[in-house]
Design a protein around this ligand. Structure first.
Ligand SMILES: Cc1cc2nc3c(=O)[nH]c(=O)nc-3n(C[C@H](O)[C@H](O)[C@H](O)COP(=O)(O)OP(=O)(O)OC[C@H]3O[C@@H](n4cnc5c(N)ncnc54)[C@H](O)[C@@H]3O)c2cc1C
Length: 370
């Protein structure tokens, strides 16, 4: 009993005070990491919003706003022992993190998990209202223009084409093929599928929103496109520009990613880790990999907090290039190292539930709300 009691005290067993861990960013990686270390240290999660919005479900929530009731999860629903700070981290020193709200948080260990920048509301209720407004926008439009043919643009076009088959959907993409982050076979399959659903795909053109006048947009090639509304789905910038004014500035590569070692520690730092899309790990940027980073880092942090030798830390091996892009509710395209498939099988794996139940379970929540 005595032994169990002292184990439950976590890191206090190994020092006078609990170690302080600050996690910046509550997305796919940061949320899971905070969940796993919450009883091993004094944990602070700094996120720009009070919730984790499972990123790969966003487009379904546009055509079915009630879907977001399960996929937009308040941090306080799964973190019972973490100080949640809803603010933007603006600076890092060797000992503390400063937020836009003027608060300062001391850390023994820091984890940067700021992924990609997104301008979304701070509260869950505002985010749910935003999905409802986007749904109304689609519902009342006869034609929808989607700008950007990466995963966001392709998945949104698929959702609208399947749920609103009478709408005219036009997708304009700057590059020579859709889904440029994966192989050209996947691009072709996505293009063929969208075309079969009567989505008009225009490649190698861009749209400058300044040209918008009376529902008519002009492409860079001078073509006029009429649409009742548009969605901007161009790539989001890395959530790292603010780091160039901090102690981590020399650890950023030319693409604004943090260079990490095999233990996911930021180069040049023993107590600063980075996980998820913000890292320079040579792999496709995917949420399930950000979650793998989170689990490995949680394990390594616990080891360091217990005062174990850092040589015992687990090393990260980059993941295989696997990606699944949903095409409406039942189909999808899957990119594996030596195989690309499309149709019902990838649809069955991803498109039905978009991994919401699985992601909720990973955070200790019931897969459904009932
Ligand atoms: C349409 C689409 C479909 C996808 N489908 C899949 C899929 O099927 N499977 C899959 O594995 N992956 C998928 N992904 C990729 C996946 O979403 C990302 O790889 C993953 O979200 C990266 O996780 P992250 O924790 O690094 O960053 P994010 O999830 O982007 O989280 C970053 C967090 O940091 C916060 N933040 C940023 N800057 C600051 C700051 N200065 N201070 C405080 N907070 C800050 C943000 O608000 C956000 O909460 C998809 C992505 C898209 C766009």
């Amino acid at each position: 009993m005595c032994l169990l009691g002292s184990m439950a005290a976590g890191s206090e067993k190994y020092g006078n005070e609990k170690k302080k861990v600050v996690v910046i960013g509550g997305g796919a990686g940061g949320s899971l990491l905070a969940y796993h270390i919450q009883f091993s240290a004094d944990v602070v999660l700094i996120d720009q919003k009070e919730y984790f919005d499972i990123p790969w479900t966003n487009l379904r929530s546009v055509v079915e706003p009630s879907f977001a009731a399960r996929s937009v999860i308040n941090h306080s629903d799964y973190l019972s022992n973490v100080q949640i700070v809803v603010s933007t981290a603006v600076s890092i020193t060797n000992t503390e993190v400063l937020t836009a709200g003027g608060q300062m948080f001391l850390y023994d260990y820091l984890v940067v998990a700021t992924g990609h920048m997104e301008s979304v509301p701070e509260t869950k209720s505002e985010r749910l209202s935003q999905y409802q407004a986007e749904f109304e926008k689609v519902k009342s439009a006869k034609s929808v223009l989607i700008i950007g043919g990466g995963p966001t643009g392709v998945e949104l076009a698929g959702e609208i084409a399947v749920d609103f088959p009478d709408k005219k959907v036009i997708l304009v993409h700057r590059g020579p093929r859709l889904l440029e982050f994966i192989g050209s076979k996947a691009s072709k399959k996505a293009l063929d599928w969208l075309t079969s659903k009567k989505v008009e795909v225009i490649l190698e053109q861009s749209i400058d929103l300044k040209t918008l006048s009376d529902g008519t947009y002009e492409t860079s090639g001078g073509e006029a496109i009429h649409a009742d509304c548009h969605f901007m789905c161009a790539g989001k910038p890395m959530g790292s520009s603010w780091l160039s004014e901090t102690i981590l500035k020399d650890s950023l590569d030319v693409r604004g990613r943090l260079t990490v070692d095999e233990n996911l520690r930021v180069q040049g730092f023993k107590n600063v880790f980075a996980i998820g899309d913000i890292t320079d790990i040579p792999e496709i940027k995917q949420g399930y990999l950000a979650q793998r980073h989170a689990l490995l880092t949680a394990k390594n942090l616990k080891l360091l907090i217990m005062g174990r030798n850092e040589n015992k830390m687990a090393a990260y091996r980059p993941g295989y290039p696997i990606a699944l892009v949903s095409l409406g509710r039942k189909e999808g395209v899957a990119h594996f190292p030596f195989l690309t498939i499309s149709g019902r099988i990838p649809g069955w794996i991803k498109s039905r539930d978009l991994f919401v139940g699985k992601t909720r379970k990973q955070l200790g929540l019931k897969p459904t709300l009932t």
